[in-house]
Write a protein of this length. Structure first.
Length: 310
């Protein structure tokens, strides 16, 4: 209960009406390897694994996970910074302890108020060191505090991934994530499904988003009306592909998910897509040919179409 009260008190509300008038967006552009954006550090992508990208709410920090040399062990969380939204990304810096540990630490989610959700297989979780759990920390005066575990109502003995957080105008909090816990969409299945927690209560299956295949790593737009996630369901191009779904209201049902065709997806794996706060930029990881290594960070953008409401 302590962590629930802490999170509800320190993360500012992202307010919006129950029915929101939102403008249409254009099509996503062809994705570009983030390192090829002029001026971006050549250290953003490496010959090792880079993935789980997420932009901070102010757009000035890009959090990623990587197993590049020099970390504390396994996957570590790094951050690349820039002076303005028009500037390229600098070289990623390891967040160090206590965010990173000798275990795998990944799927970072920066939120307003200098908060950071992430996933870790460190000791002390519900699934031991074999499965990762969701944690939360907050940066104070440039120093991250000791991460707090989101107890076993949200976490489970299985593995959790990709926390995604937003609030409604009444202060209710929604935490989306994926898990391969027992009791999912497919009876007896061991695939990954998408869940959500209301006000840090017990996890619930997210209606309308899951299949008998792996459905993983969700990220919800700040107004709660658009979600991107990756899935191995039928209709993809190969491996994990990025899918998206929308809804008219934060309290409404998700419309049937739509596959993002090539060149967003490919015959390789596209994973853990995330949307910028304004919804105009999507970053994701992919091991498609032409990258620097095991998996690279890619960027796609779209425009807001004026004068059209959803």
């Amino acid at each position: 209960m302590k962590i629930k009260k802490l999170l509800l008190s320190i993360v500012p509300a992202l307010t919006f009406g129950s029915i929101i008038s939102a403008q249409h967006f254009g099509e996503w552009s062809a994705p570009v390897n983030a390192e090829l954006i002029p001026g971006t550090s050549s250290e953003l992508n490496t010959e090792f694994n880079e993935g789980c990208p997420f932009q901070a709410p102010d757009g000035l920090s890009l959090f990623i996970a990587s197993n590049r040399p020099g970390g504390l062990g396994g996957q570590d969380i790094y951050v690349a910074r820039r002076a303005s939204k028009d500037d390229p990304w600098g070289a990623p810096e390891n967040l160090g302890a206590p965010v990173n540990s000798a275990a795998d630490d990944f799927c970072p989610l920066p939120v307003r108020g200098h908060g950071l959700y992430f996933v870790s297989a460190r000791t002390g979780g519900c699934g031991g060191t074999a499965n990762a759990d969701i944690y939360f920390t907050r940066e104070k005066r440039g120093v991250y505090q000791e991460p707090q575990h989101l107890d076993c109502d949200i976490n489970s003995p299985a593995g959790e991934a990709s926390p995604s957080y937003f609030e409604d105008d009444s202060g209710n909090s929604y935490l989306y994530f994926s898990s391969n816990r027992a009791g999912g969409f497919e009876p007896g299945g061991t695939d990954s499904d998408i869940y959500f927690s209301l006000n840090f209560g017990a996890a619930q299956l997210a209606p309308g988003l899951n299949t008998a295949s792996d459905d993983s790593r969700p990220n919800v737009r700040k107004d709660g009306r658009e979600i991107v996630f990756d899935s191995k369901r039928a209709g993809g191009l190969g491996g994990f592909d990025i899918w998206t779904a929308t809804r008219e209201s934060i309290y409404g049902d998700w419309l049937p998910p739509i596959h993002l065709d090539a060149p967003i997806n490919s015959a390789a794996n596209e994973t853990r897509a995330s949307l910028s706060r304004d919804g105009l930029t999507m970053v994701f990881g992919s091991n498609r040919p032409g990258g620097d290594g095991m998996s690279d960070i890619y960027v796609s953008t779209r425009e807001r179409l004026k004068g059209n409401d959803r």
